[in-house]
Design a protein around this ligand. Sequence first.
Ligand code: FAD
Length: 339
Amino acid sequence: MQEPQKNISLKTLNTFGIDVSAELFSSFNTEEELKYLIELNKNEKKEVLILGGGSNILFTKNPEQWVWQNCIKGIEVISDSSNEVLLKVGAGENWHNFVLYCVDKNWGGIENLSLIPGCVGAGPMQNIGAYGAELKDTCHAVECIERKTGQSKTFTAQECEFGYRESIFKQKVKDQYVITYVYFKLSKNAKVNTQYGSIQQELDAMQIAEPTLKDVSNAVINIRQSKLPNPSELGNAGSFFKNPVISEAKFKSLKEKFPQIISYPAANGNVKLAAGWLIEQCGLKGFRQNNVGVHSKQALVIVNYGNSKGSEIWELSEKVIQTVKDTFDVELEREVNIY
Ligand SMILES: Cc1cc2nc3c(=O)[nH]c(=O)nc-3n(C[C@H](O)[C@H](O)[C@H](O)COP(=O)(O)OP(=O)(O)OC[C@H]3O[C@@H](n4cnc5c(N)ncnc54)[C@H](O)[C@@H]3O)c2cc1C
């Protein structure tokens, strides 16, 4: 294993393409290497930042933390029956490649999550979701190592307290564990889910009447490619904001003022609003401020048009939050992790 490196640029390691540098940087390929870093850090006593694919991170300054990049690989079949398969997947595996691997084997449950950037290990952090599916639907357990002690701990899916872009790893045990492996239970006779968004429309356009998992995956890929900016061409971290969840009473009064408001039912009788719609109504879709802007096709996405600083992206996100607050009295929350 390489010794820790000093002053390493993270520009290519975050999808916003922000040029910050890590004072101290290491990567680990195995649990043993991770435990070695934990031992070293008993002397260094530094805060640690775990990096996956850097696709849900905004660096607003050079991180003072010791950056540890998770590169644990491997997809292992733990059990295999006629109905389902249980997999143990290294946290450093690329998420989309893992989805394609499963789709090719005809193991169903994550095909709607095709083309989400980043690594498998970050998936449980915010319970990644798209097109009517969430990681929690197939996640069986999450294996971790405690950052301070190096001890192993496995969280069952229930213990992960998954919610909308939420989990215990962003709340109660924030910054306490490194996720090393994620276990998934996938179905061998899965029914495809084509009800959400424009999947069915896309399948119709592809002239597919009885879609396979591969067809659904391809449809999702097509839709995402047509809507979302490719980070290798235009720096971004996907949806910058979460869809806000408000009470039914508040929703009723908003609906009176804004009859077109887009909403979805949420847990406990609450209502989820489409943050993209709110931002668009404020006239901010396509808005540009120097090198940063709100994407012209998807108002939830903030983009880096050039060599912008993380602080400029932060400032634009503040402007968006304030404008939505002034217009709708609704508080947007950032989905992206800020460092
Ligand atoms: C174009 C685009 C589209 C996107 N679309 C979606 C979407 O549809 N749905 C969705 O949910 N997300 C989406 N995202 C966001 C992002 O892809 C996901 O959140 C992804 O899971 C982040 O993975 P990552 O490896 O890049 O995490 P990183 O950005 O590296 O890390 C994210 C957070 O998780 C922590 N972390 C990462 N790995 C570990 C680990 N092993 N142990 C402990 N902590 C860890 C980091 O410290 C950080 O706080 C999109 C992003 C982009 C750029």
